[in-house]
Design a protein around this ligand. Structure first.
Ligand SMILES: Cc1cc2nc3c(=O)[nH]c(=O)nc-3n(C[C@H](O)[C@H](O)[C@H](O)COP(=O)(O)OP(=O)(O)OC[C@H]3O[C@@H](n4cnc5c(N)ncnc54)[C@H](O)[C@@H]3O)c2cc1C
Length: 428
């Protein structure tokens, strides 16, 4: 007889969702988080797409500590001294089920941990899980702080660098080109200043992604999300580029913050938090074995994250995979069988959910990003040159618009542009 039906390693959104759902179904569940509280070590850009959590806790945004509902989307292509921005505002962004919210994980994860505890889950913080217990390939619990605890299923919800999944051979070490590093500053500003600068009413906000200058022309980009009384400003770069490149990530963030298009947005603000974290960017190609006898991997530990350049999603996948894990554990508990065969229903649940459908759909996108450096160094310059041709009037240039546009196109070449567009469309 095991101590618990399930032991969950990691109190991020993936682990907490599983804990909440299992506890609600009267399963005996223990979640162990190494941080001093759930969310203490967690970081995101970040914007949470609501759809997956809404299914589990309807109306959650009314009670959870969300920051602002996102009503404005912006994307900028940036050179060192210019930026070209698409600005999209639409009430469609806020319709139930397709709304999204800026969040700060230290607050948000603690709220979800509270929900799980209220439902009956046991949550222990400040303890790191050191190893899993295994016999004849069957995982049957964990070792933490020198103690052994047993469970029918152990859930590895321990984030992108899941050392436990590596330890038991579910995944290899992360290759540097499949993982990015993000650094973020939370910059405090009065709510009214945020609403003026980002053209948002009270309680609503803006999500803004940037390509080109923020990552020094390499794969990656910058982000800015408005919170209630702060903005989250950060840069993400592929680890392999950081290893071989000259610039450090803190330097890139400083350059981004001082860009003439960004500096006025944060001027007068006070940095109140600085954090760094890995991001899984390899898509399905970096997914580990998702389950084995007595063990499941969820969220970032399973590589469930997609960065499409115009949107970054990991939190809705963490919640969705946490739900699939809970379903599989309850089915295994019911059958009294925690073998790999029975836990295979986890993969079936993932396949039937948005998770595998979208991970499969965007499978080629990480390759497209990696093999199309012009997105980060080439197109931003081209867009800036084109805007310069359109908007600069000096009385000396009497060429037609198509001639001016042709000159800008030459900076990357019409053929390259066509091929990249075709490849991009196919990858999306
Ligand atoms: C810079 C950046 C920007 C991002 N922007 C967005 C965004 O805007 N929108 C979005 O949806 N996603 C975004 N993501 C991705 C998103 O944050 C992640 O996909 C999501 O947080 C994954 O949740 P998780 O629960 O799987 O993992 P995590 O949140 O990483 O949680 C893992 C937990 O496990 C704990 N842990 C690890 N090892 C152990 C151990 N041995 N013992 C005990 N506990 C352990 C950790 O302390 C942590 O609490 C971003 C990520 C980064 C880094």
């Amino acid at each position: 007889m095991s101590d618990f039906d399930a032991i969950i390693v990691g109190g991020g959104l993936a682990g907490l969702t599983t804990a909440y759902l299992l506890a609600k179904a009267d399963a005996e569940v223990l979640l162990i988080e190494r941080g001093n509280f759930a969310g203490a070590k967690n970081m995101t850009g970040g914007r949470l797409y609501s759809h997956s959590l809404e299914k589990i806790i309807p109306g959650f945004a009314g009670e959870a500590p969300v920051e602002r509902r996102i009503i404005r989307e912006k994307i900028s292509l940036m050179t060192d001294d210019s930026s070209v921005t698409v600005d999209y505002y639409s009430p469609g962004l806020t319709l139930p089920g397709q709304d999204s919210y800026s969040v700060l994980r230290a607050d948000f994860d603690q709220w979800l941990a509270g929900k799980a505890e209220d439902a009956g889950a046991q949550i222990v913080t400040g303890i790191k899980v050191d190893d899993v217990l295994r016999e004849n390939g069957q995982v049957f619990g964990i070792i933490a702080g020198g103690d052994e605890m047993t469970a029918g299923v152990t859930v590895l919800a321990d984030g992108v660098n899941s050392l436990l999944a590596q330890k038991i051979g579910l995944r290899a070490e992360l290759p540097p080109h499949q993982v990015a590093v993000g650094v973020k500053e939370v910059i405090e500003l009065p709510a009214g200043v945020i609403e003026d600068r980002f053209q948002c009413p009270s309680g609503e906000g803006s999500a803004w992604l940037f390509a080109g200058q923020p990552s020094g022309g390499k794969v990656g980009g910058g982000f800015l999300y408005t919170n209630k009384e702060s903005v989250s400003l950060g840069v993400v770069c592929t680890l392999s580029d950081l290893i071989t490149g000259a610039a450090t990530l803190p330097r890139l963030l400083e350059n981004f913050k001082n860009h003439p298009s960004v500096a006025p947005l944060v001027v007068g603000g006070k940095m109140i938090e600085y954090s760094g974290h890995l991001v899984p960017e390899g898509g399905l190609d970096m997914a580990p074995r998702l389950f084995d006898a007595g063990v499941l991997t969820t969220g970032d530990a399973a590589g469930f994250c997609i960065n499409l350049g115009y949107t970054v999603r990991g939190m809705d996948f963490a919640v969705g995979s946490g739900e699939c894990a809970a379903q599989a554990i309850l089915a295994a508990k019911q059958a009294g069988d925690f073998s790999a065969e029975t836990l295979g229903c986890y993969k079936t649940a993932l396949d039937e959910s948005f998770i595998m459908k979208e991970m499969n759909m965007y499978r080629k996108f990480p390759h497209f990003m990696e093999n199309t450096p012009r997105i980060f160094a080439g197109y931003p310059e081209m867009a800036s040159d084109l805007m310069n041709q359109l908007f600069v009037v000096n009385g000396r240039d009497q060429r037609h618009l198509y001639q001016k546009a042709g000159r800008s196109l030459k900076t990357v070449g019409a053929l390259n542009l066509t091929l990249d567009a075709l490849k991009g469309v196919r990858a999306l």
